[in-house]
Design a protein around this ligand. Structure first.
Ligand SMILES: C[S@@+](CC[C@H](N)C(=O)[O-])C[C@H]1O[C@@H](n2cnc3c(N)ncnc32)[C@H](O)[C@@H]1O
Length: 351
């Protein structure tokens, strides 16, 4: 195939491009919704006097798998809406270029008193932070524990190391928030489980590792819609042959559909084609999108679990009440998320 073509036109998974398509805020409610959930959770934790207290307090926050800091910045802003104190931010990622980008992004956040980042491998039990923090979070990163693993046991061991390293970084009166998609998600448990290498059961694995360490867990379900562009019926047939991809325009709906699918799978579509599975995968996804339709189009339901894990079991009743309070606000959070997606769609239409 022509090497001048973009990776997706060659049927390849190019992470940054596919991740950008996935994050587009008019088509994906995940980041909008997470921010509202975090804001409400911080408010509810404050009313239980867990982690967040009075003005003038500074809270140490550890962000594991911080990436280049874009989600971290939003996470910190969400905390700032419900808590007027400051944050000492500690970010860790395996990629040095991400940790140097993240510190620059985060230190300009208005509620950040100090920002430090470092490289570390959370799956090998590396020390994540000096001392202990009040709040740790790991968002959408444990999936990588399966990367390069030769067996399920090796993946399990990495998840055990990961949960232990995070909980060893959390103070006795602190908590850790893990947020990942799982088996009941159309993305993880249906499309990726059937056709791709993306880990399909991250919350179950975290749950098992936490219980091995005798930790209490409280779960909050957080689901969001991921809309794919609607395509003419004949186009879906074209998607089944990689050779057609070079004929799609770079910013076409066809290529955006393929970038979303590639991100959902986390693999090259040409590998799927070589295994004779591409046609089946396109058909399976198309049918799911036809089943999940609302006035804005066809979507995959991305179901995730926020797992709050604590070292001190005595905190559990307070966390239970805080999580129940957030769950009672989910309908209102969904309404706000939809309004934000519609606003982003309007901005993109004008651009
Ligand atoms: C999908 S991104 C999530 C970024 C951000 N937390 C979010 O929710 O948008 C996963 C991140 O985990 C990092 N990562 C992967 N393996 C890691 C490891 N073993 N230790 C630390 N970070 C890792 C990646 O470099 C990447 O930045």
């Amino acid at each position: 195939m022509n090497t001048k073509l973009s990776p997706i036109q060659r049927g390849e998974f190019f992470y940054p491009e596919c991740f950008a398509a996935f994050l587009r805020g008019d088509a994906n409610g995940q980041k909008h919704k997470t921010q509202h959930v975090i804001e409400e959770l911080v408010r509810a934790l404050r009313s239980e006097a867990v982690v967040f207290g009075d003005e003038g307090q500074t809270v140490d926050v550890l962000d594991v798998g911080c990436g280049p800091g874009l989600y971290s910045q939003k996470f910190l802003a969400s905390i700032g809406k419900a808590f007027s104190g400051k944050i000492n931010y500690h970010g860790v990622d395996i990629l040095p270029e991400f940790v140097s980008a993240a510190v620059e992004v985060v230190k300009s956040s208005p509620n950040v008193a100090s920002a430090k980042t470092k490289t570390g491998n959370a799956f090998e039990g590396d020390e994540l932070v000096e001392g202990r923090v009040a709040l740790a979070q790991a968002s959408h990163m444990v999936y990588h524990a399966a990367d390069g693993s030769r067996s399920e046991e090796e993946t399990d061991q990495k998840v055990d190391n990961f949960v232990r390293a995070i909980m060893d970084s959390v103070a006795n009166d602190g908590i850790a928030i893990f947020f990942h998609g799982g088996e009941d998600s159309d993305m993880h448990g249906k499309v990726a489980k059937k056709f791709g290498p993306l880990m399909s059961n991250a919350p179950n694995r975290i749950d098992i590792s936490a219980k091995k360490g005798n930790k209490e867990i409280v779960e909050l379900s957080v689901s969001s819609k991921l809309y794919f562009p609607d395509l003419p019926a004949a186009t879906y047939e074209k998607l089944k042959d990689i050779e057609n991809y070079k004929n799609f325009q770079p910013d076409s709906d066809e290529l955006r559909w393929l970038k979303l699918l590639t991100f959902v799978l986390h693999c090259d579509l040409k590998a799927l084609s070589a295994n004779g599975k591409l046609g089946e995968c396109i058909e399976f996804t198309k049918e799911l999108l036809a089943q999940n339709r609302d006035r804005d189009g066809g979507f995959l339901m991305v179901r995730g679990s926020m797992q709050i894990i604590m070292n001190d079991p005595a905190l559990k009743p307070k966390i239970d009440r805080a999580v129940a309070e957030v769950a009672s606000k989910m309908t209102e959070i969904d309404r706000r998320t939809e309004a934000e997606m519609a606003r982003e769609a309007q901005v993109l239409r004008k651009a």
